[in-house]
Design a protein. Sequence first.
Length: 258
Amino acid sequence: MTIGCLAALCMGVASCASTKNVATLASLDGEWNIIEINGEVVVPAPGQTFPFIAFNAKTGEVYGNAGCNSMTGSINKNAKAGTIDLSALGATSRMCEDMKTEQQVLQALAKVKKYNQLNDENMALTGSSKKDVIVLQKKQPKVNWDDLSGKWMITQAQGKEVPQGMENQPFLEFNLIDNKLHGNAGCNIVNASLIHDEANPSSLKFHSLIHTMMMCPDMEVEDSVIKSLNATASFGALADGAVGLYDTENNLVLVMKK
């Protein structure tokens, strides 16, 4: 093989490798959680939804939630692969108690110029300096009503992490045959009836919620769990197999995991 042919072969291999790693608009398709902004992990404020953004590669439609307000807009679906402009996204004007995460999300999105795929589950949105300003994580598939069956450990309530090693670790157990809930809120046993509207697949309410009245040294976790259960109106899938419970305004009030 001549030197010229060898050089051409190497260039061809390099070209194929670089083409393989180039992200296309199709790779952005779907819903993504915003998990990192400017190098900092996103932690939603208590009672607020986790920020996310979604792309429709066929129509160019963009929608999502910045943490408090809904976002809508569009992108140029014919733009060069790997480039994107999100500076024209619009948002509703609802006021929440804590707007810090929302402001960070909107400011970061306005700086986005490019995107690249980090791995199968994560995408990076970068600015003009090529530095990651937002890291996205692919949203998990929707959870079905039947998936709720069984025992779930409560890991978060009212935006606060549930500490490990509690004497009575909070849990919820769903009996879908009898439509009953049984569990422990951190101190007391809880029971309730399950209400699910088949016309609304993600609907969930706890009817006639009752609990024992034992007093424990620290009732903060229990109070948060009971408040979350009373506010629950729907459920949805989160990352890593977790399930979130949401109130009537779609605020995340409780996180549970098997």
